[in-house]
Design a protein around this ligand. Structure first.
Ligand code: ZN
Length: 408
């Protein structure tokens, strides 16, 4: 580990991914077009992975009444991390939500459920807020507004292990697609102090469940006390920045507490009312933290499917401009993020250098123009033989699909 390793804050600004403004406030970064493109690709990936895994997506508001968080337990156990309530008059107080769970519990509760619907997997990429001191804020890792890749699985106790295992498998696949690695897996247990809800039997049961999942998975893990959520233990997937500092990206949590507090039910095969368990899980954590990690991990040379610009089209001279424009239209139709960089931006070698983080560059000279072909150039300097434009574009589109072949 070196101390001059890339810092996502410096790199993120240099690459035009995100920035902040004192008037918007500390810890409230905004996303520039290049960063927004990366984020959008990530959001699409996760949405699709969840759809395939049987999740249904919802949208819920980022505010809730104070009573909501009194019921969930956040008000008692998590208040110091929350923004102060907004007084709306008439005794009504609203809070910026510190998590999505209470909203999802209410959405579950709004309809009657049968055991046949379980496991019911509810997902949302939603906003939540954390009142951090302005002194510790910076970049995308210490922020006050967070967009979480969140989901809650309402299920029976018997279904918990299967759902937790499936979530771990989704995490493994996502890390592979993102080309990132876990630093370690952690079984996060409660510690001392009044931070945790007092329900010894509930803690014992959920720890046993998660321990079994980890033991069966064959993944190496360490148990750590004082790292649990206030309502239950969790499996945390830790990542490390280039300086070796660890943070939690993905989690799988078991929760008997909130179903109890919200009086959640389903009708069992016996016709009687039963209490579901909530499995909270996040595959890529918050989009802020995962993008910060991706910037540092890849030094801005994102996997092709995430790259802000996937293909740069470089006409050697103005004579090839019309063809270059046609290639751009065809690339856009194939769903690629493409940029035409004409001669007015500099010499060919200067343009190639400026686009060194772009996975594919297509140079169009007189030879290519005459043959209707393209020569692709990869980030590692490798040049593919010229081929008809249609075939070259399909090759790029294939490699830019999530999990597609990585460009050099
Ligand atoms: Zn939750």
């Amino acid at each position: 580990m070196t101390t001059d390793a890339p810092d996502h804050r410096t790199l993120g600004r240099a690459l035009g991914l995100f920035d902040s403004d004192k008037l918007m406030g500390a810890g409230l970064p905004y996303w520039l077009p290049a960063g927004a493109a990366v984020r959008h690709a990530l959001e699409r990936y996760i949405h699709e992975a969840e759809r395939r895994a049987g999740y249904r997506h919802v949208y819920s508001p980022v505010l809730g009444k104070r009573e909501l968080y009194e019921i969930s337990g956040h008000w008692d156990h998590y208040r110091e991390d929350m923004f102060p309530p907004m007084d709306l008059g008439g005794g009504e107080q609203m809070l910026l939500r510190p998590s999505l769970c209470p909203h999802h519990a209410l959405i579950y509760r709004s309809r009657a459920h049968s055991y046949r619907e379980l496991p019911l997997r509810m997902a949302e990429l939603g906003g939540m807020y954390r009142s951090e001191l302005s002194g510790v804020l910076g970049g995308l890792t210490r922020v006050r507004a967070i967009t979480l890749n969140d989901a809650h699985i309402f299920c029976t106790v018997e279904q918990v292990a299967h759902e937790a295992r499936a979530a771990l498998e989704m995490i493994r696949r996502a890390y592979e697609a993102l080309d990132i690695r876990p630093a370690r897996y952690r079984l996060s247990l409660p510690g001392g102090g009044g931070k945790y809800v007092a329900a010894p039997e509930m803690w014992r049961r959920s720890v046993v469940l998660l321990r079994e999942v980890l033991d069966d998975s064959g993944l190496p893990y360490e148990a750590a006390e004082g790292e649990a959520a206030f309502y239950g233990p969790k499996i945390d997937v830790q990542i490390a920045d280039p300086a070796g500092r660890e943070s939690t990206l993905s989690t799988v949590q078991v929760d008997f507490h909130q179903p109890e507090r919200f009086d959640l039910r389903y009708t069992g095969a016996d016709g009687a009312a039963h209490r579901p368990v909530m499995v909270h899980r996040s595959i890529i954590g918050s989009v802020e933290r995962v993008v910060a990690h991706l910037i540092e991990r890849h030094g801005g040379a994102f996997p092709a499917w995430l790259a802000p610009v996937q293909l740069a089209i470089l006409p050697v001279g103005d004579d090839q401009l019309a063809l270059a424009d046609d290639v751009r239209s065809r690339a856009l139709d194939l769903g690629l993020r493409v940029e035409l960089v004409p001669r007015s931006h500099g010499t060919l070698s200067a343009r190639i250098r400026a686009g060194r983080l772009i996975p594919y560059q297509a140079v169009i000279g007189t030879r290519e123009a005459a043959a209707g072909g393209l020569s692709l150039r990869l980030r590692n300097g490798e040049r593919l033989p010229a081929e008809p434009a249609g075939a070259a574009l399909r090759r790029v589109a294939g490699a830019c699909a999530p999990g597609g072949g990585a460009a050099g």
